[in-house]
Design a protein around this ligand. Structure first.
Ligand code: GCO
Ligand code: CA
Length: 259
């Protein structure tokens, strides 16, 4: 029996995943714990986050999972959280910028505060959290950053302007992070989910017409599951991807490959 490829092993690595109380972020954090990492869950709601951390520790006996609540849209809170995390746990080896919200509406009617809320949470947070923790990774000379993008970096539909603009911006930010930080031992990539069954998409999943359309547009013929994102996220966070940098990896059942 050949041993598991050690390159995919995250044993001893410290991973911070923003927006990981539930959904895609939580699945990625759980996958990192299963791959041996010490995991820091993040979200705004401290009680819900603590409950998620407790449940994950109970499910994965012995897993090192801690809740680090902070608001990724509040630059001061991010700086303070970073100092506390580095003091208490060390500098994360892995940072996943996953936090994101969705507010839909026609361009001509969308309240500007809704636009700002989506762009702040889905894009600006990646810049603020990314550069705050990267300062420590740069001093160490190593680090993995995974920015959770979307098929909407590539394909869009009406009614999701702030989300599509923010996620597309995150792809560009990923490439600039690569340009500035790759020379210093940091790998930065985007992970772009297709249409995944999550709370953010609950109304769409419940809509039979939308589901028929989406599964028809997806060669795999189904909605994605949060578990589908875990393997690619572990790979991007592992030594197996040390020469992968500045890329956006689409995990979408083939949607972006076809018309
Ligand atoms: C929508 C969806 C998309 C999701 C999809 C792609 O309203 O079309 O919310 O914007 O982000 O899961 O990532
Ligand atoms: Ca609002």
């Amino acid at each position: 029996m050949l041993p598991a490829n050690p390159a995919f092993d995250l044993t001893g690595r410290l991973a911070l995943v923003t927006g990981s109380g539930r959904g895609i972020g939580h699945a990625i954090a759980r996958g990192y714990a299963l791959a041996g990492a010490r995991v820091l869950l993040n979200g705004r709601d401290a009680d819900r986050l603590e409950a998620a951390a407790t449940a994950l520790r109970a499910e994965l006996q012995g897993a090192q999972v801690r809740a680090v609540p902070f608001d990724v849209t509040d630059a001061v809170a991010v700086e303070e959280a970073c100092e506390a995390i580095v003091a208490d746990h060390g500098c994360p080896d892995i940072l996943v910028n996953n936090a994101g919200i969705q507010i839909r509406g026609p361009l001509t009617e969308l309240p500007i505060d809704d636009w700002r809320q989506v762009v702040d949470t889905n894009l600006t947070s990646g810049f603020v959290v990314g550069r705050t923790f990267a300062r420590h990774m740069l001093r160490r000379g190593s680090g993995k950053i995974v920015n959770v993008c979307s098929v909407m970096n590539h394909l869009v539909r009406a009614s999701v302007a702030p989300y599509a603009a923010a996620k597309s911006g995150l792809g560009g930010l990923t490439r600039v992070m690569c340009a500035e930080w790759a020379p210093h031992g940091i790998q930065v990539n985007g992970l772009a989910p297709g249409y995944i069954e999550t709370d953010l998409n609950a109304a769409l999943v419940a809509d039979p017409d939308f589901t028929r359309w989406i599964t028809g547009r997806t060669p795999a013929g189904r909605w994605g599951r949060v578990e589908d994102l875990v393997g690619p996220a572990v790979w991007l966070a592992s030594s197996a991807a040390d020469f992968v940098n500045g890329q956006v990896i689409y995990v979408d059942g083939g949607m972006t490959a076809v018309i």
